[in-house]
Design a protein around this ligand. Sequence first.
Ligand SMILES: Cc1ncc(COP(=O)(O)O)c(C=O)c1O
Length: 389
Amino acid sequence: MSKIPKELIKVVDVNIGEKEIEEVIKVVKSKNLTEGKNTHEFELKFAKFTGAKYATTVVNGTSALHLALTALGIGPGDEVITTPFTFIAASNAITFNGAIPIFVDVDKHTYNIDPEKIREAITDKTKAIMPVHIFGNPSNMKEIMEIANEHDLKVIEDCAQAHDAKISGKHVGNFGTLGVFSFYGTKNLIGGEGGAILSNDDDLHEKIESLKNHGRNPNGGYNHYQIGYNYRITEMSAAIMNVQMDRAREILDRRHQNGVLYRKLLDDQDGIKIQKLLPNHSHSDYVFAPVITKKDITPQKIISYLKKKNIASRIIYSILSYQQPCYTNISEWIFAKIVNYPDYTKVSCPNAEYIASHHFELPMVSTLSDENIFHIVDSVKFFLDSESI
Ligand SMILES: Cc1ncc(COP(=O)(O)O)c(C=O)c1O
């Protein structure tokens, strides 16, 4: 057995260096605290990084999702098909405009929305599909876009966890109508709070720029030609994001190294199944969370065992979105006064339910060493192979 490290191997870590600290101090000293130089520089860098025509910065990923839906005209009573195995932001953003989240099951190998289930869920009220590249694993965008094109649906890619995830070399967020990212404090690239919307369409981009800023005329001033929000970011967060873009390769390549090593060492381990990538898909390596297949082993059991080995591990989404009280009690939502929401207690997604109750997250942070991973893998294997535990 490998040696237990003195310090806990963390499941979440924040990779902030001296440069980020310096740049935030510079911003504060300059007293230019609202969107400015850093925000604009970040946008250019992020557009270049993702290969998109435009990137618009917003205050967080949730507002980016909301803004994307608004820009695409998704409103009361419209149905948006999405996955229940994700952070609640995806479905909540849909409800912000009175639209209806329609939850369909995920593929048991990729943990991502199953295109066949999307097909089955389409009605004459369906307006959009919101795939989430969960844990940073790209969804089956080829099939999703075929379905969207067949039925004239918009696609909002939730790439909150998918910085640097690609399909055939093309960055996610460029396949759908719009792509949405989060720079929340624990994501692959961070700003504390932060979000961005990718677009490749001039008119949509202009609309998004205005919507995030109270529906202002693009020339600024106090002319408001449409209702909009204040989803502007602070220059302090943008300064961090700007430096993170300069450090992106250093941060992300270490994560990819971790992912490659984990997948190699645990690919055919009895007792668990790891998240599968489709051919030509590359992972952002945001989260590595195997699913237990061995009977009588619970995530809690393995998590407690790993803790003794100084390894942090956790369950992320044990409650699916449609099982959350905010959906089982949807009649309390303000839009329920005018929108007929489905009875979410009747929704059943067996694959998502299995994954939710059987996954455990292993450390995947950019500060891990190969030695840490060998220790983690040794411990997982020992636990799974041992009859006595
Ligand atoms: C899949 C997913 N979508 C959306 C969001 C929302 O982003 P934010 O926290 O920046 O609002 C998050 C996470 O934070 C997320 O993980």
